[in-house]
Design a protein. Structure first.
Length: 319
């Protein structure tokens, strides 16, 4: 690998998709993507995951990937939420940051994942190199759980990425997000006697999770379909959000959830304490028996059809 070589958007998409293990795709919504390019599956996988959105018409896959866009895509993939009031005054070019990226970049900088290119400079408009991408990956994930049956029993200072089945977090404190990536498959994850200072995010389908005698200070987010979550005695969750269809939550005696938010049909067996529960529609046009992935695909197709109709009305028939 040439570490100083610049990367295109397509090349970056391939690295990020492989690292996270994305497999789901969507019908191509981009005017400049034929679908036969070697990088097309990765572009569509990131789109399905909500990581890459394009410019509204094109994905610009053959253009150089700049540092600003790359940082935002990394943040989305790692479940890092943008700060509400970003402050990039510590960088000499922080004022040049776009509104859509400032919150993500500030959050990544505060977590120590990005430090700029030196001299307190972000250089967000510059092309990102292969070496910089590898460096961000190394600095963003503190520990990878990639061996089936592994136990994490030491504190993790940063993000813990679960990419294998039957992982146990026992007696550890995790300062960053705990991410169960699609690469883990229909994973089993057990968290006991642990403290998660950030979020527990599960994006794989069919995951089975058990949390007991543990505290999760951030969000527990189940975005994959058919997830099963059991909260045993001593489990304390600040916020639980269920976005995946066909999921189930069992709250045992001695377990507590401050706020449960369901944006999809979920079966709840509550023998513990749920202080607040709210049921929201993910989008008003969600159809019966439609999964979150089906919804994303349908909305992208509808958006593409609307653009075609507008262009034909104006006499522009070429995309």
């Amino acid at each position: 690998m040439r570490p100083d070589a610049n990367m295109t958007v397509g090349e970056f998409a391939a690295i990020l998709s492989r690292a996270m293990g994305y497999t789901e795709t969507v019908e191509n919504p981009y005017a400049d993507l034929k679908g036969t390019e070697w990088y097309a599956p990765y572009i569509l996988q990131l789109t399905a995951a909500g990581i890459l959105q394009g410019d509204g018409t094109n994905c610009n896959a053959e253009e150089p990937m700049n540092r600003e866009r790359a940082t935002v895509l990394f943040a989305r993939a790692l479940g890092i939420r943008p700060t509400a009031q970003p402050d990039l005054s510590g960088f000499v070019d922080g004022k040049d940051t776009a509104d859509w990226s400032a919150g993500y970049i500030d959050a990544m900088a505060k977590d120590g994942i990005i430090q700029g290119v030196g001299n307190q400079t972000l250089a967000l408009g510059s092309s990102i190199t292969r070496g910089s991408v590898v460096k961000i990956l190394d600095s963003s994930v503190a520990e990878y759980a990639v061996e089936e049956g592994a136990t994490i029993d030491q504190d993790v200072d940063g993000i813990l990425l679960v990419a294998a089945d039957d992982i146990t977090v026992d007696g550890a404190a995790v300062s960053g997000n705990l991410l169960v990536a699609p690469k883990a498959g229909e994973a089993n994850l057990t968290v006991k006697n642990a403290r998660l200072e950030r979020d527990l995010r599960v994006s794989t389908h069919g995951a089975t999770l058990t949390v007991a005698d543990s505290q999760v200070e951030g969000d527990v987010a189940l975005s994959g379909d058919r997830a099963s979550l059991t909260l045993g005695s001593g489990a304390q969750l600040a916020r639980l959000a269920v976005d995946g269809a066909g999921s189930s939550v069992s709250v045992k005696s001695g377990a507590s959830v401050e706020t449960l938010t369901a944006r999809a049909a979920v079966k709840v067996d509550n023998q513990g304490a749920i202080n607040k529960a709210e049921v929201l529609s993910l989008i008003p046009h969600l159809r019966a028996h439609e999964t979150r992935h089906d919804l994303v695909c349908r909305l992208l197709l509808e958006k593409k059809k609307k653009k075609k109709t507008k262009k034909k009305a104006s006499g522009q028939v070429n995309e």
